[in-house]
Design a protein around this ligand. Structure first.
Ligand code: ADP
Ligand code: MG
Length: 536
């Protein structure tokens, strides 16, 4: 793009390869962008809440994913509109920071865009709208702080944490066993949490899944589970008080590189070579035994001969263990990863009270449990379920629950869910609009209306008449000055979310409002869209 002037000094813009580009300007650009953003939000709207629908997505290679998680839906959808990509990014940032609330944030942004469109049509300048939204979002965030409550819990009284995780899980496919899963998630987080520093390292929680069994069989293992078995079927299946050598070097004699030449022209030479290879390997096994290892976990493989020798010398081994798992094993057992054989020493061995192999079902599926580790901090959540899609979705749901528990440990403020926080903010923002004399008040009021989208969607998805329900709940807020009233999605008979135990973390809700506002402001400020026309 270049700026030029005609003979009267009037500026004009030259687009390179103009005929190949399409260009949208001014209000048209904003309207097109808003339409794109809204259409993404519309897709997610029906997935919000405990009665939200699931989406089935098929990847180009035929893999099917069934999910309710906003971030995952958008991640798997193949969008090629730039604005739609911004919405995907929005959901991803909520997922990255908070973990939960990924659907809500997109619905919120969509509704803000919808309201903005109306204002633009009335001739209000986009910058005014953006500024008004910014003010309103600050009012809403402050208001959330004022209606939040502290949720007390301790390492012994975990019930409050479990309740909040249950809210997160209640909108997922796995809601059938939300209690059990919430307990597992909370125990896992507490096992790795540092309550004093208010820090949780989620990397120490491994989530493994195996097809088969029931969802109810999902368990928390105090240790690590690796989807591998002993390298030889006759090796012991149970090792107590194991001293583990964790190797990232191949367990085999060095291979001659292709550029070297080995001439073997006599039987003797061959036998010497063979003997040497054997000796090399024998030495390796001996070295492991000398330092006191009773189990070898290796990142690389070893050939059948080596495997046989390991079995004969009574040194159980596991091969082809992935790098991430190896790291976790090292952390859990307090061992060091040994990259070179010569460096193996007694103090680098990891220690575990029990290593056992467990088989599943009728297939020869086996997994390795490493338990009673020296550093008990690493844990594994082991998910069972009827099919692969179920397990994958459970993993995602557990991830949300883990994040919620972590957020509560970092900051134990909560707000009530079911749309109650949004309704309360909407009332506060609406009231604040009256105090602003400028044009921004229209935008602030529009923001208040946009906040209603969450309770409206929750009601609609639960089969309730949306506007009627919202009106009733809103008047309750004003009349009783009760900020806990939300949408009774499950038809429990009360819409007091405190009684229903529906909570969300304060930071999660605040982040939702801030992120949605940010992205909407960004979209509103775009007034010129230049694209290569073959894409349009
Ligand atoms: P997200 O990906 O945004 O977390 P969800 O599908 O998990 O989307 O829905 C979350 C919304 O559902 C929140 O607004 C939450 O308050 C609400 N919600 C969850 N459980 C209940 C419930 N039992 N009753 C009413 N609302 C609920
Ligand atoms: Mg959720």
């Amino acid at each position: 793009m270049a700026l030029a002037f005609d003979e009267y000094g009037r500026p004009f813009i030259i687009l390179r390869e103009q005929e190949k580009k399409s260009r949208l300007q001014g209000l048209d650009a904003q309207k097109a962008n808003i339409a794109a953003g809204k259409s993404v939000a519309r897709i997610l709207r029906t997935s919000l809440g405990p009665k939200g629908m699931d989406k089935m997505l098929q990847s180009p290679d035929g893999d099917v994913t069934i999910t309710n998680d906003g971030a995952t839906i958008l991640e798997l959808m193949d969008v090629d509109n730039q604005i739609a990509k911004l919405m995907v990014e929005l959901s991803r940032s909520q997922d990255y920071d908070i973990g939960d609330g990924t659907t809500g944030v997109v619905v919120m942004a969509g509704s803000l865009l919808e309201q903005a469109e109306k204002l633009l049509e009335r001739g209000i300048h986009p910058i005014r709208v953006a500024e008004g939204y910014e003010m309103a979002s600050r009012i809403a965030v402050d208001h959330l702080e004022s209606i939040s409550t502290k949720y007390e819990f301790s390492a012994t009284d975990i019930e409050p944490l479990v309740q909040t995780c249950m809210t997160t899980l209640s909108s997922k496919i796995v809601s059938r066993c939300k209690r059990a899963l919430a307990e597992i998630a909370v125990k896992a987080v507490l096992a790795v949490a540092d309550l004093e520093r208010k820090d949780v390292n989620l990397d120490l929680i491994k989530v493994e899944g195996k097809v088969g069994g029931k969802l109810e069989d999902t368990e928390l293992v105090q240790g690590i589970i690796v989807d591998k078995d002993m390298s030889h079927p006759q090796m012991p299946k149970r090792i107590e008080d194991a001293h583990i050598a964790i190797l990232t070097c191949p367990f085999e004699p060095p291979k001659p590189k292709t550029k070297h030449k080995v001439d073997i022209d006599t039987v003797e030479k061959f036998q010497t070579l063979r003997g040497q290879e054997q000796k090399y390997f024998d030495d390796m096994v001996q070295k492991c035994k000398d330092v006191g290892a009773t189990l070898v976990i290796c990142q690389w493989g070893f050939d059948d001969e080596a495997n046989h020798l390991l079995m004969q010398r009574d040194l159980p081994a596991v091969r082809w263990v992935g790098g991430v798992e190896l790291e976790l094993i090292a952390i859990a057992t307090g061992g060091r990863i040994v990259p070179r054989f010569q460096e193996l020493s007694t103090e680098k061995l990891g220690k575990a009270g029990l290593v056992r192999e467990k088989s599943f079902g009728t297939t020869k599926d086996r997994m390795l449990y490493i338990e009673k580790c020296a550093n008990s901090k690493a844990v594994t959540i082991f998910i069972r379920g009827g099919n692969k899609m179920m397990i994958e979705e459970t993993k995602r749901s557990i991830h949300d629950a883990l994040c919620v528990a972590r957020n509560l440990i970092i900051n134990n403020s909560i707000v009530y869910g079911g749309g109650s926080a949004e309704i309360s903010c909407s009332i506060a923002v609406e009231a604040a609009a009256d105090r602003h004399p400028g044009v921004e008040q229209y935008a602030i009021r529009a923001f208040a209306d946009a906040l209603d989208a969450i309770p409206l969607a929750l009601a609609e998805n639960s089969g309730l008449p949306p506007i009627d329900t919202l009106t009733v709940v809103k008047s309750q807020h004003v009349k009783e000055n009760n900020s806990r009233c939300g949408i009774d999605c499950n038809d429990v008979g009360t819409n007091d979310m405190k009684e229903q135990n529906v909570f969300e973390t304060l930071i999660g809700k605040q982040q939702q409002i801030l992120l949605a506002t940010q992205v909407v402001k960004m979209i509103l400020k775009i007034d010129d869209v230049i694209t290569p026309s073959e894409y349009c």
